[in-house]
Design a protein around this ligand. Structure first.
Ligand code: ASP
Length: 429
């Protein structure tokens, strides 16, 4: 019997966790870091390697298929509106939960001081990283989107927005010129698109091994949870918020606006979710998200190739929810009262900070520094949440990817580009 991809990935994850734990107990950490971890790194690198070419090629192909600039602006407007809506919803849910549950009140002075002491060094590194983002003018993010040199942007995975902007311009150019000029260009990219999709299929054959090794190395590297008790309620609050987004907010939106049921949605995107969990990176997961949403959920490529790369870079509901809970938690633990105005400010800053977060592991924590600064919460408080940031990062990345996929389906449906289940012909791996 042929096992579905998500089962293979899940089995790889569980075996990896068990293997890592056993090796840690046997004090064979070195074996894992020397001989197992590199395979995880190779797997992530392969995904990242294909991400930028995939964005360029599929976006050009998709935009060329639109054949009309007004369709592009409709698509863009709806996508941005939905992204903003889901992010603000996520932050608001995070704030409500943090105020009702008050996770900060569960942390006593002793564990607070121990955490602050143990993780101050790590926290300072993140605070320094955030410093460069903070010292810029208000319009700097806008300037940052425009590449000075397209080829330079292509070589930097952190410059995805620049790549997207240039590619959109290229797509607009293709739509506007006469067909005799655009046809050879489009044909070339269409062919290349098929080739790249095939490469993703091949890379994904290694996914079970990749996640096995990622999970095994995570288990041996993660800090011991000695003070976990104090952080448990905080972690649970973030998780509860993420679960609400995943199992209530998105399914409701999907059903109300696209008549897509949760079963169809989740079984199609499960491999992307599992990969988001194992890699903690929406960018590394993007090739698989695109493949699942297009081939298995039936969103036409002209929509998915536009909505998903943009979402991977700017739409991070899981991250924004986490930032809201973390900010309130740190304030509570440090005995700082946050009034309503400050909390409303957190809605704005967490939304912007999640947009600015890169789609890579622990980027959300770096941008949290800015949220803390704006709300007048000491940035050193970051040390409090460090110990359990990695597992929460894995979970929030799942939500980030789920949100992008849900918005792709809703936008696709709204412009008549969502195929019916019977019209979806999945390419077999
Ligand atoms: N790891 C997250 C992502 O890639 C970002 C973050 O919250 O740290 O989506």
């Amino acid at each position: 019997m042929k096992l579905a991809l998500h089962w293979k990935i899940l089995i790889g994850m569980i075996l990896g966790l068990a293997f890592g734990l056993t090796m840690k107990n046997l004090e064979l950490v070195g074996v894992v870091t020397d001989w197992i971890k590199p395979f995880g790194t190779i797997f992530i690198n392969l995904l990242k390697m294909i991400a930028v070419p995939l964005i360029v090629v599929s976006l050009i192909t998709g935009l060329a298929d639109l054949k009309d600039i007004s369709k592009l602006s409709k698509l863009g407007g709806r996508t941005v509106a939905l992204y903003l809506f889901t992010t603000v919803t996520a932050v608001s849910i995070g704030l409500v939960l943090a105020n009702v549950i008050e996770p900060g009140s569960y942390i006593n002075e002793v564990s607070r001081d121990t955490l602050l002491e143990s993780f101050t060094g790590d926290a300072n590194a993140k605070i320094e990283l955030a410093a460069s983002a903070k010292n810029q003018g208000p319009l700097q993010p806008l300037v940052d989107v425009v590449p000075e040199n397209f080829f330079e942007a292509l070589t930097d995975n952190a410059s995805m927005l620049k790549v997207i902007l240039f590619t959109i311009l290229l797509g607009i150019g293709i739509i506007l010129v006469e067909e005799k000029h655009s046809k050879p260009v489009v044909d070339f990219f269409k062919g290349l698109n098929e080739v790249i999709l095939k490469l993703i299929d091949i890379i994904m054959l290694g996914a079970p091994i990749g996640v096995f090794s990622l999970m095994a190395s995570l288990m041996v590297e993660i800090p011991d949870f000695t003070t976990l008790g104090a952080l448990l309620v905080y972690g649970m609050t973030v998780l509860l918020g993420l679960l609400i987004m995943t199992y209530i907010v998105y399914p409701t939106l999907l059903y109300s606006f696209a008549k897509v049921g949760p079963r169809r949605f989740f079984s199609a995107i499960a491999p992307a979710q599992l990969l988001a969990f194992s890699t903690s990176s929406s960018a590394a997961t993007l090739p698989v998200t695109l493949e699942r949403v297009t081939e298995h959920l039936g969103v036409d490529e002209e929509v998915s190739s536009f909505v998903l790369p943009l979402g991977a870079t700017v739409n991070m509901d899981g991250t924004s929810l986490y930032q809201a809970v973390a900010a309130v938690f740190i304030a509570q633990a440090m005995g700082i009262h946050l009034d309503l105005t400050t909390q409303l400010m957190i809605v704005v800053t967490a939304t912007l900070a999640s947009i600015g977060s890169a789609a890579v592991p622990s980027a959300g924590m770096v941008m949290l520094v800015i949220v803390l600064g704006q709300a007048g919460i000491p940035e050193a408080g970051l040390a409090l949440i460090f110990a359990i940031d990695r597992p929460l990062d894995m979970c929030r990345t799942v939500v980030n990817v789920t949100s992008d996929s849900a918005v792709a389906v809703i936008v696709g449906n709204s412009v008549g580009k969502l195929r019916k289940p019977e019209d979806i012909h999945e390419r077999i791996l």
